[in-house]
Ligand binder design. Sequence first.
Ligand code: 5GP
Ligand code: ZN
Length: 136
Amino acid sequence: MTDCIFCKIANKEIPSNIVYEDDRFLAFLDIAPANKGHVLVIPKEHHEVYIDLPDEVLKELSLVTKKVCLAMSKSLKNCGYNIFMNNKETAGQIVPHAHFHIIPRFNDDGIKFSYEHKTYSDGEAEQFKEKISKEI
Ligand code: 5GP
Ligand code: ZN
């Protein structure tokens, strides 16, 4: 996509700090990291969200993500790491080109991924279970 910032990064129209690249995938440092070493992993092909990714692209993307996690763990003192993807604006997606975040984690690094837990009313969990499971 011509106006997509991650397509531009994939095409080298915008510079980035690349940690891994092959002909179809790219992993580079997030410009505004949650923690130093925060990496974004993308397919070079433009797809907006997780469920748009063709199975075969998703499989490869997952393997590249693992490769980066392994390198992160080896290079950054056996750190922990969070892997996630924001999908759609409602979930906090800012760049609409599907990407995994990998954030290295250390003791007392001050990062919080927290939310208030909600509760189901009587029968509500079953309704959600039905709605979702019947589409699978
Ligand atoms: P999202 O909220 O879409 O999951 O995350 C987008 C991420 O892309 C953000 O963490 C943001 O810092 C990063 N980002 C946005 N623009 C650029 C850029 O031009 N270069 C790099 N390396 N990262 C970017
Ligand atoms: Zn794109």
